[in-house]
Ligand binder design. Structure first.
Ligand code: NAG
Ligand code: NAG
Ligand code: NAG
Ligand code: NAG
Ligand code: NAG
Ligand code: NAG
Ligand code: NAG
Ligand code: NAG
Length: 532
């Protein structure tokens, strides 16, 4: 899970009526989502409204963690206090939440849980404090009696395994005749016509995606370590599979290990995989240890600058199926005033290096492209995931061209990537992309990528960008290997989805003088996971 903290100024473009009207199905509701609709918060977080003791509270949905915590302004009101305190530390240990575990009635997506365990936040430090109406988090991961709320209650001599269950476990146990699964559709802001509504269904499917139940079953991996991690065949770029090797040698050959984390607003991977993808975009330039800002979480200062109208056809490959990724999900667009005082539009990579030992952590940019069923399994069937593609390649390519053209016309001018890199990082900076010519073998682009990936450059604390660097709250050094618990934060990107009239096409404005941290860390419980 990733969080967002203080916000940079956000630039709004005027709404294009034809864009807003282009497709009714991706309109965001303006009323609280008490049913299956969830909110897209600027393509960064997906938020459900829960009713807690009579009060509506917006909470982030996070498949990368399990516990629930609440921090509404004014408090949650009366609840049954277990008297057990629980703190969760992030990153280097300084950002944290702390509170007592309570039991309270919670309603989510039409289900009412009489006594749901949650952490009533009494201390919060270095984290978003209910900043933009998002005042809590629901973990959609697996119960694990050895960590988190369940463990804290058990350690205190209470029946943690029973009273400390997750929201989903409680709902499933209350409905033994129904399937133990949930299904998520994540919408995309700022596309003209290719998005789907954001929905959460528990033990049922959205009507328009019911056919997902006939899609291939993809068991979680490994089965002994229940997280939403899967085997994947990797990626294809413009139809050519990249040959990738899993970092973990126990992963069966021909596969990589990926995690699904709705709390991650980006896609995290290793530098060589990032390079293998972006080196295929004509005109793109890699700047190592760059001073060009990025809103995307990363553990290095390397950045791909990409012509804002350029893209590639990327698919996420799984046994038997390839799922196309919308080109809008591959690059992030923002405006920035350089040291020369000139305001420019810049497009950069959304797939970043997060210092992970494992292969890929798929966050929202991938998950927006599929309707996903997360099945917890039962006595006879192990946990699995099913995907149904939501992205049509031709339509997405047209959509991308139209949307980016509009944005480029209405914003500060763009500078060619090589010139931009020279301006920010000096005349010798920049490694140009080297796309594989059509029809040739897939090796050359990847070889380029490997060559340039080897001299990893750590970020510099005194760089002008340090102020903008996302604060990672996860278990950085030790536990980034645990994909499913990785949670990062990013700079807030764009305008609001809160009403239908809100502008929908808004690049981020990153300023040099933002002093507050822009992002928040992952929701991994340091203490708990180091035990795991
Ligand atoms: C968290 O709260 C508990 C109970 O109030 C307290 O004992 C503990 O010191 C707190 N932790 C931190 C880091 O302040
Ligand atoms: C719950 O949290 C609120 C706000 O932080 C605090 O005022 C209240 O005392 C807490 N309740 C309990 C029982 O700890
Ligand atoms: C992007 O824009 C540039 C400059 O207008 C143009 O030369 C180039 O062909 C465009 N590329 C694509 C893929 O549309
Ligand atoms: C991706 O594929 C679509 C459909 O074949 C095509 O229209 C589009 O031009 C392709 N995009 C790139 C960048 O190759
Ligand atoms: C277990 O789950 C599978 C897959 O969802 C389902 O087909 C089967 O009916 C379930 N078995 C029981 C006993 O609920
Ligand atoms: C930079 O450009 C954006 C978009 O055109 C505009 O909204 C913003 O005000 C500009 N910022 C400055 C400091 O000129
Ligand atoms: C990265 O750049 C900063 C200045 O921008 C410099 O101080 C630092 O030494 C560089 N780090 C590496 C590893 O090149
Ligand atoms: C939840 O978020 C939605 C969309 O931003 C907003 O309309 C609603 O008022 C929020 N509800 C609460 C209780 O904050």
């Amino acid at each position: 899970m990733f969080f967002t903290a203080a916000l940079p100024s956000i630039l709004l473009l005027s709404t294009k009526p034809w864009l807003a009207a282009a497709n009714g199905r991706d309109q965001q509701p303006s009323a609280p989502s008490l049913g299956n609709t969830i909110y897209n918060d600027q393509n960064l977080r997906y938020i459900a409204t829960v009713i807690v003791g009579g009060q509506s509270i917006n909470v982030t949905l996070d498949t990368g963690s399990t516990d629930m915590w609440l921090n509404p302004r004014g408090g949650v009101g009366t609840f049954q206090d277990t008297g057990v305190s629980h703190e969760i530390h992030y990153g280097d240990g300084s950002p944290f939440i702390n509170g007592t575990i309570g039991l309270i009635q919670v309603s989510l997506a039409g289900h009412v849980i009489p006594k749901q365990a949650f952490i009533n936040i009494t201390q919060i430090s270095g984290l978003d404090q209910c900043g933009h109406g998002d005042c809590g988090l629901i973990g959609l991961g697996f119960d694990n009696p050895k960590v988190g709320i369940q463990n804290a209650l058990t350690q205190a001599g209470q029946d943690g395994n029973t009273i400390g269950k997750s929201v989903l476990s409680n709902i499933f146990d209350m409905n033994p005749d129904k399937g133990r699964f949930f299904a998520l559709s994540l919408s995309r802001e700022r596309d003209a016509r290719d998005s789907a509504p954001a929905t959460l269904h528990i033990s049922e499917y959205a009507t328009r995606y019911e056919s997902v139940q006939y899609e291939p079953i993809r068991p979680v991996y490994p089965l002994t370590e229940t997280n939403w991690n899967l085997l994947s065949k990797g990626f294809s770029v413009n139809g050519r599979p990249l040959s990738l090797v899993a970092n973990d040698k126990t992963v069966p050959g021909g596969n990589i290990l990926i995690g699904l984390d709705t709390g991650n607003p980006g896609v995290c991977t290793r530098p060589e995989i990032r390079e293998a993808i972006y080196s295929q975009i004509p005109g793109a330039v890699l700047s190592k240890n760059s001073s060009i800002p990025s809103r995307n979480f990363r553990t290095d200062q390397d950045i791909w600058v990409i012509p804002c109208n350029a893209s590639l056809n990327l698919t996420m490959d799984f046994e038997g199926n390839s799922y196309p990724v919308h080109p809008l999900d591959l690059t992030a667009m923002y405006t920035h005033v350089g040291r020369d005082g000139v305001n420019r539009t810049i497009c950069v990579n959304t797939i970043t290096n997060c210092g992970m030992a494992k292969d890929v952590l798929y966050g929202d940019p991938f998950l927006r492209n599929v309707y996903t069923v997360y099945n917890f399994g039962n006595a006879t069937t192990p946990p699995f995931v099913q995907f149904s593609s939501q992205t049509d390649v031709e339509e997405a390519a047209r959509d991308f061209a139209i949307v980016r053209q509009e944005l480029l016309a209405g914003n500060a001018p763009e500078l060619g990537p090589a010139d931009l890199v020279h301006l920010y990082d000096g005349p010798s900076a920049g490694i140009p992309a080297n796309p594989t010519p059509p029809g040739s073998s897939c090796s050359s682009g990847v070889r380029v990528a490997e060559n340039i990936a080897n001299d990893a450059t750590p970020s510099s604390n005194d760089s002008i960008l340090a102020k903008h660097a996302p604060v990672i709250i996860g278990l950085l050094a030790a536990n980034l290997v645990v994909l499913s618990i990785l949670a990062l934060a990013v700079v807030r990107e764009v305008g609001s989805a809160r009403s239908q009239s809100a502008p929908r096409y808004v690049p981020v404005h990153v300023r040099d003088n933002d002093s507050a941290p822009l992002t928040h860390p992952p929701f991994s419980d340091k203490k708990d996971y180091s035990d795991a």
